[in-house]
Design a protein around this ligand. Structure first.
Ligand SMILES: C[S@@+](CC[C@H](N)C(=O)[O-])C[C@H]1O[C@@H](n2cnc3c(N)ncnc32)[C@H](O)[C@@H]1O
Length: 266
């Protein structure tokens, strides 16, 4: 089913996310400094500083990443204004918190964006899973995807894998709160969340893998699913499609995004 696809410009190594944001932020900051150093008026320096963001936002698909690219300069100015207020220990604390939240290996994958509560509506009717079927949320974040999967497949055995330890703890707490059961006991849990790298952990035992990641991850996810999952299993992706692969079905979420449903070996 998989076909070769032409490499898209945003897939080239030097254009891959988050490099456009780095170029925009660093370029904008540098131009701003240069303009101030040359004695430009503040307004002119600001206009010049926004040019890289306007240019590099065109390198990323529409959506939250464009806002990250465009928001760099205003954020840098705000934080600079706040540097003295927060102090060096404060900034170190913020940096450490960010590192726990997003370990380095996750920087090229998707940040935490939750699955909206109704996004998987209709999935349970479209994909028939046997009771006790194993379902994985690959990159389970704060557990929103797991809760939506629970609604779609009440009889399934759910598991989440998440690279950020802090998000693993927070999601276990959220799921515990939702179900009021012991998060330490995998046997009793309706959802088990483990810390790990979704690319390194096997998908072989799962009947369905759900992803809400990013466009660039979808080809890799498809290849992994085809290599590891059994025929008859499912790969489901919120918002981002597998390039060059025809889905078995496509549902429209209440917010207008698509839910892409791929059948393996069909
Ligand atoms: C867009 S969020 C989706 C969260 C959740 N699946 C949901 O739908 O509510 C993507 C999550 O994937 C996690 N992630 C990114 N790369 C990962 C990796 N290689 N292994 C495990 N988790 C990863 C991120 O930390 C983030 O929490």
């Amino acid at each position: 089913m998989a076909r070769a696809v032409a490499e898209r410009p945003e897939h080239r190594a030097w254009r891959r996310w988050p490099l456009p944001a780095v170029y925009a932020w660093a370029g904008g900051w540098w131009l701003l400094l240069m303009a101030s150093w040359l004695g430009w008026p503040a307004g002119g320096a600001l206009v010049l500083g926004t040019v890289p963001a306007l240019w590099f936002q065109g390198w990323v698909p529409p959506g939250w990443r464009r806002w990250v690219v465009l928001g760099g300069l205003p954020l840098l100015m705000l934080t600079t204004a706040g540097v003295s207020a927060v102090g060096p220990w404060g900034w170190l604390g913020i940096a450490l918190l960010l590192l726990v939240l997003y370990p380095l290996q996750a920087w090229r994958d998707a940040p935490v964006f939750p699955t909206p509560p109704e996004a998987l509506r209709g999935l349970g009717e479209t994909v028939a899973l046997a009771p006790g079927a194993a379902v994985l949320d690959a990159g389970s974040g704060l557990g929103h995807g797991l809760l939506a999967l629970r609604q779609a497949f009440p009889g399934a055995r759910l598991e989440g894998v998440e690279s950020s330890l802090l998000l693993v703890w927070l999601s276990r707490w959220r799921l515990w709160r939702a179900y009021r059961i012991n998060p330490g006991s995998p046997l009793e849990l309706p959802c088990r969340v483990v810390r790990g790298d979704m690319w390194a952990s096997s998908w072989a035992g799962f009947d369905l893998v759900y992803l809400f990641q990013r466009p660039e991850s979808m080809r890799r996810a498809w290849d992994k699913a085809c290599g590891e999952m059994k025929a008859g299993a499912w790969l489901v992706s919120l918002e981002f499609e597998v390039p060059g692969v025809a889905p078995m079905s496509r549902l429209t979420c209440p917010d207008g995004r698509f839910l892409w449903i791929y059948g393996l070996g069909r």
